[in-house]
Design a protein around this ligand. Structure first.
Ligand code: SF4
Length: 361
C-alpha cells in the first residue's frame, strides 16, 4: 500500500489521541528524515525509545574503554561510532591522539584477525549493542577459543530490548500506549517474548521495519489494535521476521552469554536487561583481564537523555539542545550517536526548533 493510502487508513479508525513509541534509533531517524511524524494525523504522537546502542552504553563502560585503550600493550578496537562518544574526560579519538593504539573495525572478526597477527599484543573489542550485534560478538569468542587465542577479549556492554519495554511500561510516569518493535532485533530473536508483555500491560507491540512504508504499516497495525481495544504482539515486518527468529543465532548467544542486570545510560539499572560472558568464557572478558571494575562516573546535570529515551520528553525540551549541546560538543550520547534522538532532531528539525521553541510536531 503506498504512503498516502496508508495515511488514509491510519486516519480512518481514529477516535482519540494515541502515544506510540518506536524502539529503534534507526526508526527514529527514518521518521524524522522523511517527516513521517508530520504526515501523520495530529492524534498520533510518536515518542522515541532507547534502541540506540551507543546512546544507552553507560558512561562507566566508556571510561573503562578509555582506561583499557590507553594501556601500551593493548590494541583497542571498536566500531567507528564509539570513538567520538565522550567519557568523563575524553574520548577514544583523544586516546589515539595521545599515542593509544585505537583502531576502527567493521566486525569483531577483524579484531580477531588482529589478535592472530599480533600475538605479542592484547586485542580488545568493544562489544556494545542489542540482540543484533551480539551474535557476531559471541561467534568471535567461540572462534578465539577454538584458535586458542589468549590475547583476545571483549569489553561487553550488551543490552536486550524486552526488559527495557517492561521497564518503560511498568513505570508510573509511562505515557506509551503502543510500541513499534525493532524489526532487526526481532529478525534475530523473533517476537515470542512479546505476547506476554502486550497482554500484561494491555499495550500492542507491532514488529516494524525501517522504510517509510514499513513504519506506517506498523503505526496502522498499532492504531487498529488500540481503537479495537486489542493488545497483541503482531508482525508488520513479515519479509524479515518470524515468530521464533533465528534459532542458530540464539543458540550461539545462549552458549556464550548469560543474563545480567545492566545499567542503561541515563535510565539506570534494568533487571536482566543485559548479557555478559558466561563463566565458561570469562577469560575473554576484558573487565577481568584489565581490572577496571571499579570505575564510577557522573553524567552532566543538564542532560535529560534518560527521559528522552523513555518517551517522557523530547530533545527540544532539553535546555541544552542546540546550545550547550551540539554534535560537535555533545553533553550526552543521544547527541553524539548517529542514531540518537537528539542528533536526529538536530539534523532534521533544528530550524523549526529555533522558530517554534520547544514545541515540535
Ligand atoms: S540535547 Fe544534549 S544534553 Fe539535552 S538531552 Fe540531548 S544529549 Fe542530553
Amino acid at each position: 500500500m503506498p504512503v498516502q493510502a496508508l495515511l488514509a487508513e491510519i486516519r480512518r479508525p481514529l477516535t482519540r489521541p494515541w502515544v506510540l513509541m518506536e524502539i529503534c534509533g534507526g526508526q527514529t531517524h527514518a521518521i524524522l528524515r522523511y517527516g513521517l511524524d508530520q504526515l501523520l494525523p495530529p492524534e498520533i504522537e510518536l515518542v522515541h525509545g532507547p534502541g540506540c546502542p551507543v546512546c544507552v552504553t553507560p558512561l562507566e563502560q566508556v571510561d573503562k574503554a578509555l582506561a583499557i585503550a590507553a594501556r601500551p600493550e593493548v590494541i583497542f578496537t571498536s566500531y567507528g561510532d564509539m570513538l567520538r562518544v565522550p567519557g568523563s574526560g575524553r574520548d577514544l579519538f583523544s586516546v589515539r591522539a595521545a599515542g593509544g593504539d585505537v583502531r576502527v573495525v567493521y566486525s569483531p572478526l577483524d579484531a580477531l584477525a588482529l589478535a592472530q597477527a599480533h600475538p605479542d599484543r592484547q586485542v580488545v573489542f568493544f562489544a556494545i549493542g542489542f540482540e543484533t550485534t551480539a551474535p557476531a560478538n559471541a561467534m568471535s569468542v567461540l572462534q578465539a577459543q577454538r584458535l586458542g587465542l589468549d590475547n583476545f577479549s571483549l569489553l561487553v556492554s550488551h543490552v536486550r530490548v524486552p526488559p527495557a519495554i517492561h521497564a518503560i511500561l511498568g513505570a508510573p510516569e509511562n505515557r506509551v500506549e503502543g510500541f513499534l518493535a525493532a524489526g532487526h532485533v526481532c529478525a534475530v530473536m523473533g517476537y515470542h517474548e512479546y505476547p506476554e508483555i502486550a497482554e500484561r500491560y494491555r499495550t500492542p507491540i507491532v514488529v516494524t521495519g525501517f522504510e517509510p512504508v514499513d513504519l506506517l504499516r506498523g503505526v496502522l497495525a498499532a492504531v487498529r489494535q488500540l481503537e479495537a481495544g486489542r493488545a497483541e504482539a503482531e508482525n508488520a515486518y513479515e519479509r524479515a521476521v518470524t515468530f521464533a527468529g533465528n534459532r542458530p543465532a540464539q543458540a550461539v548467544l545462549r552458549t556464550v552469554f548469560e543474563d545480567c542486570d545492566r545499567a542503561w545510560r541515563g535510565i539506570g539499572v534494568i533487571p536482566h536487561s543485559g548479557w555478559r560472558l558466561s563463566s565458561a568464557f570469562s577469560p575473554f572478558d576484558a573487565e577481568n583481564r584489565f581490572d577496571v571494575g571499579e570505575i564510577r562516573t557522573q553524567e552532566s546535570p543538564l542532560c535529560i537523555a534518560g527521559e528522552v529515551l523513555q518517551g517522557r520528553r523530547r530533545p527540544p525540551d532539553c535546555p541544552a539542545f542546540g546550545a550547550a549541546c551540539t554534535p560537535e560538543h555533545p553533553l550526552g550520547a543521544t547527541m553524539v550517536s548517529s542514531e540518537g534522538a537528539c542528533a536526529a532532531y538536530y539534523n532534521y528539525r533544528r530550524q523549526e526548533t529555533a522558530v517554534a521553541g520547544a514545541e515540535i510536531r
